[in-house]
Design a protein around this ligand. Sequence first.
Ligand SMILES: [Zn+2]
Ligand SMILES: [Zn+2]
Length: 237
Amino acid sequence: MDTKKEQKGWTNDELEASVDAYLAIQARYPNDEKFNKSAEHKLLQGGVLASRNTKSIDYRLQNISALFDELGLKPIIHYKPKVNIGSGIAARLTKILETKGLLTQSTELLATEGDVRSRHVKPAKAQNFVDVPEDDSPPQQGVTVTRYFVRNSKIKGWILENAKGICEACDQPGPFEMDGKPYLEVHHVKHLAQQGKDRKNNTVALCPNCHRRCHHSSDRVEFTDSLYKKVKRLKRQ
Ligand SMILES: [Zn+2]
Ligand SMILES: [Zn+2]
């Protein structure tokens, strides 16, 4: 249940605007750079969220962080996961993420009932198992977390391995070393937030400069086009 009165009665439009804002912030600051929260929240208040105060918006974005955390999506670290999302809100946010292609399917459980935190326990109870599994034990039936779309760390590993420390855009080595290896970042050419897939054919290893260029530069569209030409494994999605 929602714990704060002000959180009651959020419309789907309001929730979707919050999710959109969250994804937009994440796309602009992919490496958790600091940003001006109140400016972002003011933008939202200029639109659908006109009747919500900054605190309330902040709270909702923290809810989204909690849900991202739960679903294995990378949350924005500047929004500390507030875990006491109401089950109704969690289900509605999950649906919204699903329509945006960030999840493969929603689980029946999240869509219908339950505190997000206790989802592993609920199916067991429903089946009257004697032993209720611990929260970190594998789910007992078809309702599983693995059905969610999750950034695949294997892909990330493969992409970095394959690049051998050289930026796939500018062919320069990573600008410094981290853990003894040249530092590169993994970029989804069609952004995850735009329903891009977490696949080898949508993912490249870039130096931080080229990565920024993909997201922020005036020629980002042309630059991205050049990536599709240069890196043969990439396919437009
Ligand atoms: Zn580069
Ligand atoms: Zn990127």
